[in-house]
Design a protein around this ligand. Sequence first.
Ligand SMILES: Nc1ncnc2c1ncn2[C@@H]1O[C@H](COP(=O)(O)OP(=O)(O)OP(=O)(O)O)[C@@H](O)[C@H]1O
Ligand SMILES: [Mg+2]
Length: 356
Amino acid sequence: MSIRQLSLTDFRNLKSVTLDFDPLFNLVCGNNGSGKTSLFEAIFVLCQGHSFRTHLLKQCIRHDKNGFLLFGRFDGFKAGLSKTDQKFEIKIDGEKIKRRSELVRRSPINIVNSASFELIEGSPGIRRRFLDWCLFHVEHEYAEIWLQFQHALRQRNRLLKTSRDLTQLDYWDQALIEPSLKLSRMRKKYVLDLEQTVTENLESIIFGITPGFEYYQGWAQDVDLMEAMKNTRNKDLKAGFTSIGIHRDNIRLTSSSRPVTEILSRGQSKRLCLALLLAVLKIVSRSSENRIILLIDDLHSELDRESQNQVYQQLLKMDLQLFVSNVETSLPVGLGAKEVKMFHVEHGTIKPRIFS
Ligand SMILES: Nc1ncnc2c1ncn2[C@@H]1O[C@H](COP(=O)(O)OP(=O)(O)OP(=O)(O)O)[C@@H](O)[C@H]1O
Ligand SMILES: [Mg+2]
């Protein structure tokens, strides 16, 4: 799935505009503070219904305005999104949708930016979200099971805080088990798949690193989940929340069997992050009929020329719609003489430019 046209109004610092994109490769140039990341954010919000920069979409409303509007033409459908202080609405082909996942499923999008490098050193939640993006697009049951899990977890936490009704607690313990075990199995399987994809297909990115990825369930390793929940019930009643479960899962990353944070240099750690990202893109594009949109924001300040070159060589082998930002009006190393549509951003005004 590629995005062919975007119209935006009152989004961040950007002046209202309609842009026609290339289905394969778009380059966005402009000085610091001109609005490149804001354009990427607009595309991302239109595809995901949330931002990669903030949990508060209202921060994306242009200062002194009441709301923003985004409208996009994708291959095969149109999407519109409006946000004001009071209201948030998403429409697909003119019809209001109830669940954000209806939009997200149609337009897989991911971003590589400086925050991507937190995948290794950041909290387990970052790795869980990273893996779950893959599960969402590959396993069709995932969204439904995830909702069941969230619902049961919320109910259990509410009971732990507000009542001591142990019969109800038994019921919600039981309701948590099935979706938890299904999600846990999926995560375990895709961690293995990721490890295999990285080691077999991405040697050029991970040279000098011998990676190992291990799924760690968020409860005692050799104990069945029901038993573990019984064992921690008193602790949970005191704390007022569920302290174990798949919401505490982790993926441990190693190189030569040591924790990566102990052994890898900063540059190696960035290359391993990129290898993980590329592997996830490969896995999703293998099984999704929709082309993935990939935003690459300011990668060039993070990587040396050889690593950039390797990353772009890999990206060019995949069926993606790429958006790449660059401060300079030049193609990043590794993209060679690729055909590209270029946009220039200056103080929030975006104009298409002939690339020469
Ligand atoms: N809600 C908003 N309304 C108006 N302007 C905003 C809003 N939010 C951010 N800005 C401004 O938008 C400008 C562009 O920011 P953006 O992050 O898009 O720049 P950029 O081109 O990506 O810069 P860099 O190359 O430094 O990453 C900034 O000057 C910022 O202060
Ligand atoms: Mg930026």
